[in-house]
Design a protein around this ligand. Structure first.
Ligand SMILES: [Zn+2]
Length: 248
């Protein structure tokens, strides 16, 4: 039988001489000083908690983010704004109905996998995304750039001033762009061909390294964690860099 650590400690203590009655006063005295010390420590901890409690609550309930609006006439981002509000006052458009992820920086997690520049995505997506990206990079897949969380109104209806009115999936941290330099966003592109018009990023050419292919390891790896590739979505746009839960 193995003796437990506590048992061996008891055994070693039993070899010490009995402290007897003469030392009991000293013992009592130090015990009471110790007790006072502990009480004062508890008191200090209590005061600290009371003082810091409102700050902790505020930090947890706060939502901050920086946003812009896409101007379709000037073809540039305008109205850069820093938003700071209590989480309880988020509007419907500030929270993704599919995932519950929000535009708040507080909901995002940073992923850093060298040599990629660090990026952020929603905390609900981050662990599985990081796992699959590490595997793809270890396998030598040519991933050179990823863009994740980026809050901006770049989707939806265009208002009278030519401004977009809805947040993209990047705004909630539930979309990523892979290698934008070789996986452009095209419109007028029901099916990919010479008539498609490149509107963002670099030319997509499935023969070149870094461009994504439907049968490639990067697309199938990201699809395995529930993401849909923007290169295969229905409609007039093909967004070859883009992955999200809906594909849009
Ligand atoms: Zn995108």
């Amino acid at each position: 039988m193995f003796s437990s650590p506590s048992q061996s400690r008891t055994d070693s203590l039993s070899h010490l001489p009995d402290d007897g009655g003469s030392q009991s006063d000293v013992g009592l005295h130090s015990n009471s000083a110790y007790l006072k010390y502990q009480v004062s420590k508890l008191f200090a901890a209590g005061v600290f908690c009371l003082l810091s409690f409102p700050a902790v609550v505020t930090a947890q309930q706060l939502c901050t983010y920086q946003t812009f609006t896409w101007d379709t006439l000037q073809k540039k981002s305008v109205d850069w704004t820093r938003v700071e509000k209590p989480r309880g006052r988020l509007t419907e458009s500030e929270v993704d109905a599919y995932t519950g992820c929000s535009v708040c920086e507080q909901d995002q997690r940073r992923i850093a996998i060298p040599p990629l520049a660090p990026f952020r995505v929603c905390h609900l997506l981050a662990p599985r995304l990081e796992r699959v990206l590490r595997r793809l990079l270890q396998d030598g897949e040519p991933i050179v750039e990823i863009i994740g969380y980026r809050v901006g109104k770049t989707r939806g209806e265009v208002d009278a001033a030519g401004l977009r009115t809805e947040f993209s999936n990047h705004a909630y941290g539930v979309a990523i762009d892979v290698n934008p330099g070789s996986n452009g966003l095209y419109d007028k592109c029901l099916e990919f061909g010479p008539g498609c018009r490149l509107i963002r990023g670099g030319n997509w050419d499935p023969q070149q390294a870094g461009s994504l292919r439907a049968d490639g390891a990067i697309v199938s790896g990201l699809e395995s964690i529930g993401l849909v590739w923007g290169g295969e979505i229905d409609g007039w746009q093909k967004d070859f860099m883009h992955f999200s839960i809906t594909g849009y």
